[in-house]
Ligand binder design. Structure first.
Ligand SMILES: Cc1cc2nc3c(=O)[nH]c(=O)nc-3n(C[C@H](O)[C@H](O)[C@H](O)COP(=O)(O)O)c2cc1C
Length: 138
């Protein structure tokens, strides 16, 4: 069987105590790096948790996740999915990697998920559910 070209991984994790500045720095750098590497997805942070989806070329995603899981800024990573995909779902969302820590970005994400759910209903249902719970922590 031919290996799939694209892969996606999603997880939630517990954040160590980070200042707003630390969080913003992490979010900004992540966005820049992912745009450079052609990685799409989302990253959300609430007081003590991260929720992230990364998608892109299989090798790139697997290598990145190895780095992310060793990052001391968070722990207790719980994978939600880790699977090959035909087409990255978030490629058409705001055309880049999106960091969600504002209501505005969140409502845009909700409309995106709503409009995309025909492609992969279960996946989008799960993402919407977690994203929703996540935002309510604010
Ligand atoms: C919650 C969390 C999410 C992260 N997500 C990404 C990411 O999507 N892309 C990325 O390049 N680094 C991400 N990082 C940072 C990596 O863990 C790591 O610091 C970075 O890739 C190091 O890159 P370097 O080895 O090139 O210096 C994340 C870190 C944390 C704590």
């Amino acid at each position: 069987m031919k290996d799939s070209l694209y892969h996606t991984i999603s997880y939630v994790s517990t954040s160590i105590n980070l200042s707003d500045r630390d969080v913003n720095e992490l979010l900004t750098i992540t966005k820049l790096k992912n745009e450079e590497l052609g990685i799409t997805g989302i990253l959300m942070h609430s007081e003590q948790n991260f929720f992230q989806i990364i998608e892109g070329e299989t090798k790139t995603i697997k290598n990145l996740y190895k780095k992310i899981e060793k990052d001391i800024r968070h722990f207790n990573l719980i994978k939600i999915f880790d699977k090959p995909i035909d087409i990255p779902s978030f490629k058409t969302f705001q055309s880049s990697y999106t960091v969600i820590n504002k209501e505005k970005n969140y409502s845009e994400l909700q409309s995106f998920l709503e409009s995309e759910k025909n492609h992969n209903p279960e996946n989008f249902k799960n993402i919407s559910y977690i994203a929703n719970k996540f935002m309510k922590l604010y």
